[in-house]
Design a protein around this ligand. Structure first.
Ligand SMILES: *Cc1c(COP(=O)(O)O)cnc(C)c1O
Length: 421
């Protein structure tokens, strides 16, 4: 063995805060030493010590086809031989933009970015520029990336670190941000530029929109002349073929996407109608750009991924997710471990309480009961990797065959019994 996880963690902590480049990976909220990944394929990751895990993290969403899908790696390899970034437009960007617009009802034009954070941040700037208003309403427990104005009560990104807010964000940066409880339509007045929401909250575990919530937001935004932003960075191209927009039949004014559309490479995008996107530079006065935006490797990976994700793929994804969620519920019942496993289409959550929470306060009370870290480690020891924090969801994908799901469920049955102790 050339390296151990413990050695790399010690070395990493000397040169990177927490030894990581994104906080949840540090295992802070579950304790212990993170596994350092050496390679991954399909439903599996292998760490540097040669241990194999069935992976339900899947990069927190991009790995919807499983790791190193041949169509994606072939596309990236072919693209790389033609150069990795030009600073000039390409066919791939046009095709990816067309493909995304085709699938999302009401989306006519978009701009590619390099992350979901940039997409959400830019969507907010667009809504403010287009309405000439400043106030942003967001919901507690919804995560929209790490831009200053959206970090207030931000769900998994900061909840996993036990932080209520974020140092270094000046009061001025959040002065125009109002945080409202998820699943209650807030009062929206004529100062509000935009109401930002994850149409299915997937950064505080999995919390479904209550019946009428999204429709209520649409109506209230219309009445006040405010824009509605769907942050579909997780739900887009995962919940279904046309994302949450198609699933719920509610159309926002502005969208943010990321994760799946980059096939594991750094991509995001934001978009709207042609009229609203006319505010974006060079057509309008809202500036936004990026050296690596529309990167040829990333667009190739995104196109290859969307090629696989036809309507039939979503039927299969939902079947896989149902097998997982039903099996988990049975495993927890059999062990006498109080838990709920909410599922919305292919999205699967996990709470160690019989009640299914409907907002961030309820989620936090459950997340802090201390069961998740115990179960997480019992399961990891048995070769199954969940996200190392109680505010994340599971990411079953097309690579999780019935055999793999059943092996994971066997491990979950044992881990549940061990957790009850
Ligand atoms: C992951 C995520 C983001 C941020 O995307 P990054 O690529 O990590 O910057 C934004 N919104 C939602 C809903 C997300 O899940």
């Amino acid at each position: 063995m050339t390296h151990t996880n413990a050695d790399l963690f010690a070395r990493g902590q000397q040169v990177m805060p927490g030894g990581v480049n994104s906080p949840v990976r540090s295992f802070r909220s579950v304790g212990g030493t993170p596994y350092f990944v050496e390679r991954a394929e399909g439903p599996y990751v292998w760490d540097v010590e040669g241990t194999r895990y069935i992976d339900f993290v899947q990069s927190y969403g991009p790995g919807i086809l499983g790791h190193a899908h041949p169509a994606v790696t072939d596309a990236i390899t072919a693209a790389a031989t033609k150069g990795t970034s030009y600073g000039a437009p390409t066919l791939g960007e046009v095709e990816l933009a067309e493909r995304i617009c085709d699938r999302i009802p009401g989306l006519e034009m978009l701009r590619l970015t390099s992350s979901g954070t940039e997409a959400a941040m830019s969507a907010i700037r667009l809504a403010r520029g287009a309405t000439g208003r400043n106030t942003v309403i967001k919901f507690a427990g919804c995560y929209h990336g790490h831009t200053d104005s959206l970090l207030a009560a931000g769900g998994s990104g900061i909840a996993n670190q036990g932080l209520s807010g974020c140092d270094g964000v000046p009061p001025g940066a959040v002065a125009d941000t109002i945080v409202a409880p998820f699943n209650v339509v807030p009062e929206i007045d004529e100062t509000v530029a935009v109401v930002a929401v994850e149409p299915v909250a997937a950064n505080m575990g999995l919390v479904a929109p209550a019946p009428g919530f999204l429709e209520g937001l649409r109506e209230a935004c219309d009445a006040a002349g405010a824009m509605l932003l769907f942050d579909e960075v997780i739900t887009g191209f995962r919940l279904g073929y046309g994302g949450a927009t198609e699933w719920y039949g509610v159309q926002p004014d502005v969208w943010a996407f990321g994760k799946v559309i980059g096939g594991g490479l750094p991509v995001g995008c934001y978009g709207a109608s042609r009229e609203i996107m006319g505010h974006i530079s060079p057509l309008g006065g809202v500036y936004q750009g990026g050296t690596l935006s529309g990167n040829p490797l990333a667009t190739a990976a995104g196109l290859a991924t969307l090629d696989v994700l036809d309507r039939g793929a979503y039927t299969e994804l939902e079947r896989i997710a149902a097998r997982l969620a039903d099996g988990m519920t049975a495993a927890f019942d059999a062990a006498g471990l109080p838990a709920s496993v909410p599922r919305i289409g292919p999205l699967v959550g996990l709470f160690f309480d019989e009640a299914v929470p409907s907002n961030f306060d309820e989620v936090q009370a459950i997340a802090e009961n201390g069961i998740y870290p115990t179960f997480f480690h019992e399961l990891l020891q048995r070769g199954v990797a969940l996200a190392p924090g109680p505010y994340e969801i599971l990411f079953p994908g097309l690579a999780h065959s019935d055999e793999v799901i059943d092996a994971a469920l066997e491990a979950m049955r044992e881990a549940a019994v061990a957790t009850v102790g």
